[in-house]
Ligand binder design. Structure first.
Ligand code: ADP
Ligand code: MG
Length: 279
């Protein structure tokens, strides 16, 4: 049986200026899942994420971590932040130390670990993200992709159970995107639950299985990626672009070919096209 890791119950959030950023959102993330929250700019993704580690308190509704209702006293917040690691969209919001290794050491040091343990975790985390040889460099002198990997290492070093990444591939070149996704897949294989936000369907297609669609603060849909990515009407409503594979199958269907428009992976789509040729 799947065990609930993080759940969101009737969550609404209104900013002090009156902006209703989240409207009665319900979601459940299970242990070991790879999840994507998808929605265009302004949908409420970052606002939702700031609830995941207790940084923001709901206006109404609540969250549960490991089946326990989130509270906002100091002690509980510390527990939450040990379990839930957040990687912000902009590495500049996260990286501040003079060297990469000091930056990665900051989190574990704050957990009160001794010097040797911190050193061990920093080395492990930098190794995992392929940034060990940059450990004495200044984070500001790194490329965007390298900075992103250092920011991820800083969170890995805290050994969270669930990792939340706000638009982790935004602004990266294709190799940078692949490197980040490889890191996330490796962490997930070791049992970590991973939640990302994005509006990039092609990237999410290659990563997550379970998708939540957020639009103007409301959860429009949830489902596996086949269901969501083949639902052109839903994607249009949420201002998202269907994957190119879905577009191809819909075009073929329009032309009268009998194809299954719920296929989204390239190999599956090629199979559909081969079937046409043969019949
Ligand atoms: N500090 C803030 N004060 C007021 N409104 C905000 C603030 N931050 C975000 N918003 C608004 O809340 C909504 C959701 O924003 P956000 O969570 O940043 O969306 P996303 O991350 O999906 O782009 C938007 O309408 C945005 O303008
Ligand atoms: Mg955002």
């Amino acid at each position: 049986m799947n065990e609930s890791h993080l759940s969101v119950k009737n969550l609404s959030y209104t900013y002090p200026d009156g902006t209703r950023a989240l409207k009665n959102v319900n979601m459940e993330i299970f242990k070991g899942e790879k999840v994507a929250i998808m929605g265009p700019n302004g949908a409420g993704k970052s606002t939702l994420f700031s609830h995941f580690n207790g940084l923001t308190e709901p206006t109404s509704g609540y969250l549960e971590l490991d089946g326990k209702k989130m509270e906002y006293d100091k002690k509980t917040l510390l527990e939450i932040r040990q379990k839930v690691g957040i990687v912000f969209q902009d590495p500049n919001d996260q990286l501040f130390a003079p060297t990469v290794k000091e930056d990665v050491a900051f989190g574990p040091m704050n957990l009160g670990l001794d010097y040797e343990e911190v050193e061990k975790r920093v080395n492990e985390a930098l190794e995992l993200v392929g940034m060990k040889k940059f450990k004495d460099k200044t984070p500001h002198h790194l490329s965007g992709g390298q900075q992103k990997r250092v920011a991820i290492a800083g969170i890995i070093a805290m050994r969270p159970e669930i990792m939340i990444l706000d638009e982790p591939t935004a602004g990266l070149d294709p190799q940078g995107v692949d490197q980040v996704l490889t890191i996330l897949n490796n962490l997930n294989k070791d049992g970590m639950s991973i939640v990302i936000s994005s509006h990039d369907i092609e990237m999410v297609n290659g990563f997550a299985e379970k998708i939540f669609v957020l639009y103007e603060g409301e959860l429009l849909a949830r489902g596996d990626k086949h269901e969501i990515f083949s639902n052109k009407e839903l994607l249009k409503k949420a201002h998202l672009k269907a994957p190119i594979t879905t577009e191809i199958l819909y075009k073929l269907k329009e032309k009268g070919f009998d194809v299954d428009t719920t296929k989204i992976n390239i190999d599956e789509v090629i199979d559909e096209i081969m079937k046409i040729k043969k019949s």
